[in-house]
Ligand binder design. Structure first.
Ligand SMILES: CC(C)(COP(=O)(O)OP(=O)(O)OC[C@H]1O[C@@H](n2cnc3c(N)ncnc32)[C@H](O)[C@@H]1OP(=O)(O)O)[C@@H](O)C(=O)NCCC(=O)NCCS
Length: 180
């Protein structure tokens, strides 16, 4: 899927390939360096390598229940959305999403486009009925993006996250039905 961004650049949203491993790793490590709203620390992200990233991509390509979509601009991966299925039969109808876009490409609607593509996939999926996510309570922008797509808060663990600045944040669960 190709889109034009407000700055005139072209954005492509597409499935990953194994060959994306170095680019996806670089994208992830850049994002971990610039935001504290993702779960990995810089040290944990630094321990990843191209081989582990290849395995990570394969886990999406080998399963109909998992989704990874990449946002690509200027031949560089600048963001992604994932949907992860637990593998448990009793949780067959639910899956957890995650999304991230690099700051330099933020506020251009890339997050919205990734969310739209992810929801379309989930709506067409045979078994999925609910998409859910966990977000830090301090991440107002991400929560607004999710609310824009009809996600509702359904749980909150007080002090569930300890970011690097030492101030605890609540861990908020949000969900959205993707089938009537
Ligand atoms: C959250 C994130 C994915 C948004 O991506 P993005 O490409 O910048 O998002 P968009 O440009 O599509 O904007 C999404 C919405 O955020 C909202 N928004 C933007 N700035 C905001 C702000 N300062 N406060 C509250 N809401 C804001 C707007 O409603 C906007 O939607 P609209 O343009 O349709 O009105 C991105 O900022 C990011 O990856 N952050 C770091 C990692 C992260 O937090 N991931 C989510 C973990 S749960």
């Amino acid at each position: 899927m190709r889109h034009f961004l407000p700055n005139g650049e072209e954005l492509t949203i597409r499935w990953p390939e194994i060959g994306d491993a170095p680019g996806l790793l670089a994208n992830f490590q850049r994002m971990i360096g610039e935001t504290d709203f993702l779960l990995f620390t810089r040290q944990e992200a630094g321990e990843l390598d191209v081989k582990s990233e290849e395995e990570f991509i394969k886990s999406y390509l080998n399963s109909d229940d998992q989704l990874m979509l990449l946002a690509v601009a200027r031949d560089t991966i600048v963001g992604s959305v994932t949907v992860n299925h637990s593998g448990y039969h009793k949780k067959g109808h639910i899956a957890e999403m995650g999304i991230a876009v690099e700051r330099a490409w933020g506020n251009m609607g890339i997050g919205r486009r990734l969310m739209t593509a992810m929801i379309r996939w989930a709506e067409a999926h045979k078994k999925l009925q609910i998409i859910y996510l966990n977000v830090f309570s301090t991440n107002e922008k991400a929560m607004q993006l999710y609310r824009n797509f009809g996600f509702l808060e359904c749980g909150r663990m007080p002090a569930g996250i300890a970011p690097r600045d030492g101030e605890y944040a609540d861990l908020v669960m949000m969900y959205r039905r993707v089938k009537p």
